[in-house]
Design a protein around this ligand. Structure first.
Ligand code: HEM
Length: 83
């Protein structure tokens, strides 16, 4: 849980072995959640390896992250210098 990922590392995880998405400063592995996602697997797969913060908050409230976050979170996003 305390592992830190750069955006580049998150981008390398985009298949069934590990499908990471970013929501705010959290990194979540949604590979095992695809078939359970009420919004469907397809829309989730499209965000694989990417920052899904905007899309996440568009369709869900805080309670969704509170409920599923702890089960799916694999780490946090490493602060990187913004150029
Ligand atoms: C950690 C990642 C995610 C989790 C745990 C999650 C969980 C859920 C849950 C529990 C619902 C049921 C509706 C609700 O209870 O509010 C839902 C619906 C939905 N989700 Fe996600 N979701 C995730 C990521 C995403 C992403 C990245 C997208 C968009 C790219 C997305 C799009 C949707 C859509 C379109 C619905 C259906 C809304 C509706 O039919 O009203 N979800 N999701």
């Amino acid at each position: 849980m305390s592992k830190q990922f750069t955006k580049a590392e998150v981008a390398q995880h985009k298949d069934e072995k590990g499908m990471y998405i970013i929501v705010d400063s959290g990194v979540y592995d949604i590979a095992g959640f695809l078939d359970d996602h009420p919004g469907g697997a397809k829309i989730l797969k499209r965000m694989a390896g990417k920052d899904a913060t905007k899309q996440f908050w568009k369709y869900h409230g805080k309670s969704v992250l509170e409920k599923y976050g702890p089960k799916l979170q694999v780490g946090t996003l490493k602060e990187e210098a913004k150029l």
